[in-house]
Design a binder for this molecule. Sequence first.
Ligand code: UGA
Length: 480
Amino acid sequence: MRIAVIGSGYVGLVSAACFAEIGHDVVSVDNDKAKIANLERGEVPIHESFLPELLQRHRGGRLRFSTSVTQAVNESEAIFITVGTPQSETGEADLSYVEAVAHEIACAIHGRKLVVEKSTVPVRTCQSLRRTLRLHGSHAESFSVASNPEFLREGTAVTDFLYPDRIVVGADDEWSAGVMQEIYQPLTTGEYYRTEGAIPCASYRHEKAPLIVTNANSAELIKHASNAFLAMKISFINAVANISEAVGADIAEVCAGVGSDSRIGPKFLNAGIGYGGSCFPKDVQAFRVVAEQCNYDFGLLTEVMRINVEQRSRFLKKVRNALWTLRGKRLGVLGLAFKGDTDDVRESPALGIISALLKEGARVCAYDPVAILKAKELLPDTGMLYASDPYTASSNCDAVLILTEWKEFAHLDLEKLRSVVKYPIVIDGRNLYRPEQMARAGFVYHSIGRPVAVPETTPVDGESHAMHREPAIRFAAVAG
Ligand code: UGA
């Protein structure tokens, strides 16, 4: 099928590449001329597994790029809207980009088209979209509107698209539902998974991708409710981690116990410095506003957000507890991205924490495998230093802070790290190590929801440079 994807950001570009991968003729549209020129030249603007391969495979063939909405609409049967829906000052989603695109589409529609909303939007956006298309001159018979929310995680977006837990289609008429079913057929029949050269995903548990058809309002609600639920799971476990810390329990053990209940599940139960990124913070907020507009006070979401903000201040307190004062202290920071496997730093808890540390007079040297460039754009002129590897970042530092869950940070050469730091203190906001492992490697190790681990040889309290004000367990160091 001929498909137009309007908006070439994370969701748009990944969707366009994946639609081409499953056999469709796709035009990816953006009004940013420079971005389109770069894509045509073969540049990949985001760090995303398998995306370079897909762009290379289909660019100039089944995947083309354009700056013209009119031309793309003319050529296509289905038009996906994937433009940004940023947070407005009032907390609700700003739908002005969606509206502007709808206006352009309306002016270009000839023949029957399916307009599909894929950006994250509040419930009832399809209704507004329909109204806008009519208002700008499209005849009711010339188009249908459907919702097709995405559930792509940055870093694994390509495999999330091609191997989904479910595809949700919100359609208010049979024709729209039929077109959407046809688009996703290579996944829902499992045909794609048997194709030679298909992008692999060993952990996929379905033979055919499940597809759920609902009405448009339900589909839109599914998206907001899914993100809000996942954010709630993270805030819930962070709250439990705080209790765990106070009583000397181990949150990793608690999660293993709680998560093994199949009704709860182990995923999204990793305690840390809170959720970030371009989705959860914005979507939880927007969903609460949607509830308000329905005269429902969704106080639970207010609490989810409060716990998330508090988690960062608790981490800062941990740093102060470990180092006493921060002025002039040198900190080696590992991680800038809002999570591992991405170069995205939007709403990154790491950047919020770093800004606060710099404000308190600490000197920061940071390393991230891919997010340094984007972090520099958001944190200009701070005097912060950047390093090209974790050991240089940690060199001669008073403490090492782990702020992003990169796999690389979970497998550091601890002996080497120990040899470059000024004081062997690690404050881990992502729980990447077992406390006893770090203490045995000679580190005073602070993490989330677990007691501080201290090597047996470290002096306590007044004698030490570290102020162990939290419950601590001592472990004998292992030689060698
Ligand atoms: C999220 C959802 O997971 C996707 O399903 C959704 O499509 C996407 O938002 C969106 O709406 O576009 P993403 O923002 O890429 O995807 O990132 P996640 O992997 O969900 O992580 C979000 C944040 O939660 C990160 O800061 C991560 O570090 C944190 N997190 C995640 C935790 O603190 N603990 C966990 O157990 C899991």
